[in-house]
Design a binder for this molecule. Structure first.
Ligand SMILES: Nc1nc2c(c(=O)[nH]1)N[C@H]1C(S)=C(S)[C@@H](COP(=O)(O)O)O[C@H]1N2
Ligand SMILES: [Mo]
Length: 326
């Protein structure tokens, strides 16, 4: 993958979408050949089948009621694309790495520790967490800071349901989400590309916004490992990296958390990271995006929308200079 050096002298794997996506396009060509029957009967065919089984066929169904008010009517990204074009650096930095490597993640038993500035801290088992509130299906746009986007039917419920249960104190100003960091299960945790564990965070009012989704599934099933099983956060008005995967800890804190990307390149990735076409990344424009699965190299890009089009969050930022608090 393309590694560029930023002005701080740190090697940064994130790069804009201007570069060709060799690995990914290679897979698409392969699938096209499968469709054309060119590989049926070959060893490749058997391999593709085995891979498909390992990566999706066995996922448990997760019934949920569609929340139409919180769902876009745009065409959904295919399950195949959403599960084979991923960022999950704990499993490698290439887009195809998580699908290949995340089978080593053990998602049962799994507990999430909810702690910090709360009256009722708890360690909650994933099965209980899944049933804490009625599951909804919400079709959200996900916009990666690299300049691509997807449309994914997530399954979960508003994070606020969990927050209310633990009763934050007046000192809780921010929420921190901590991903598992186990070298034995995650081959990328050992690389120095980021500091582990992966940490993300939200301001309390952002976390309480009904759009912030505690996510346990997608496409009517439990989350595939590469998408952050068994539980992740999805914050649709912010760049994708704010949506931390495979969460083991949710911590309520007084001070703005030191987050993974902000920590390694503060001049490139701010704490807020709201999707904003008017604030360019120092190395590329954020004005437009490519919808994964949509056409080819010459398909026109889409205009990126402020807050990824989720205008209902605008009031969270009244009076804030979004160029300063990027
Ligand atoms: N723990 C962890 N969470 C993560 C990441 C990561 O590398 N590690 N990548 C982020 C980025 S950059 C994006 S765009 C989204 C991608 O989510 P998806 O693969 O489910 O589409 O996950 C985010 N959550
Ligand atoms: Mo991303």
């Amino acid at each position: 993958m393309l590694i560029k050096r930023n002005p701080n002298g740190i090697d940064l794997p994130f790069s804009s979408e201007i570069t060709p996506q060799d690995v990914y396009e290679g897979r698409r060509q392969f699938l096209a050949r499968v469709a054309a029957g060119a590989v049926v009967g070959s060893g490749l065919w058997e391999m593709a089948n085995r891979q498909a089984f390992a990566q999706g066929a066995a996922l448990a169904k997760l019934p949920a009621t569609r929340n139409a008010a919180f769902s876009t009517g745009e065409t959904q990204t295919s399950f195949a694309d959403a599960t084979h074009y991923n960022n999950f650096y704990e499993f490698g930095t290439d887009k195809s790495d998580p699908a290949e490597n995340a089978h080593t993640l053990r998602t049962r038993p799994w507990t999430v520790q909810v702690e910090g500035e709360v009256r009722k801290p708890m360690t909650i088992d994933i099965d209980r967490l899944t049933k804490l509130a009625p599951l909804e299906e919400r079709i959200y746009r996900l916009r990666c800071v690299e300049g691509w986007s997807m449309v994914i039917p997530w399954v979960g419920y508003s994070l606020s349901n969990l927050i209310k249960q633990v009763e934050p104190t007046g000192n809780a100003k921010y929420v921190e989400f901590v991903t598992l960091a186990d070298r034995k299960q995650m081959p990328g945790v050992g690389s120095r590309v980021l500091e582990w564990p992966y940490v993300e965070g939200l301001r309390m009012d952002e976390a309480m916004h009904p759009l912030a989704l505690l996510t346990v599934g997608m496409y009517g099933q439990v989350l595939p490992n590469q998408n952050g099983a068994p539980v992740r956060i999805v914050v649709p008005w912010k760049y994708g990296f704010k949506s931390a995967k495979s969460i083991v800890k949710i911590r309520f804190v007084r001070d703005q958390p030191k987050t993974a990307w902000n920590g390694i390149a503060p001049n490139e990735y701010g704490f807020y990271s709201n999707v904003n076409p008017n604030v360019d990344h120092p190395r590329w424009s954020q004005a437009s995006e490519r919808r994964i699965g949509e056409g080819g190299l010459f398909t026109p890009k889409r205009k990126t929308l402020l807050f990824n089009g989720y205008n209902e969050v605008a009031s969270l930022y009244t009076g804030m200079d979004l160029k300063k608090f990027y």
